[in-house]
Design a protein around this ligand. Sequence first.
Ligand code: SF4
Ligand code: SF4
Length: 113
Amino acid sequence: MFDRFRGEVVMPHDENNEHRCTGCQKCEIACPNGSIEIVWDRGIDPHTEKKKKKIDKHIYHLSMCTMCGLCIEACPTDAIVWAQNFENSVYDRSQLTKVLNKPGSILKAGVED
Ligand code: SF4
Ligand code: SF4
């Protein structure tokens, strides 16, 4: 697909299972129809050993998403991007609710909002 195609919102992780989401909730606030829910907590940052806000779950309801892109524009750390996939049909609607941060993943060092 071409680069600007809007397949679904995803959160890239690097080879160390690190992402760029600080849990700031700007995407959640920007979404006009509640397609994003951020479940967050405070914990010790393994890089600085200081207490810091962190995401528990970045929940994305693909079934409700209108692909407007406001969440991606609002993100100050480029933590979420468009994927180019288009085969999103499923038999069970619950499969369209996704947790974008991978299990065990952490915030990349040095990323601040
Ligand atoms: S693309 Fe639009 S509708 Fe979809 S999650 Fe982002 S802000 Fe919400
Ligand atoms: S994806 Fe971006 S805007 Fe949303 S909570 Fe994470 S850092 Fe904030």
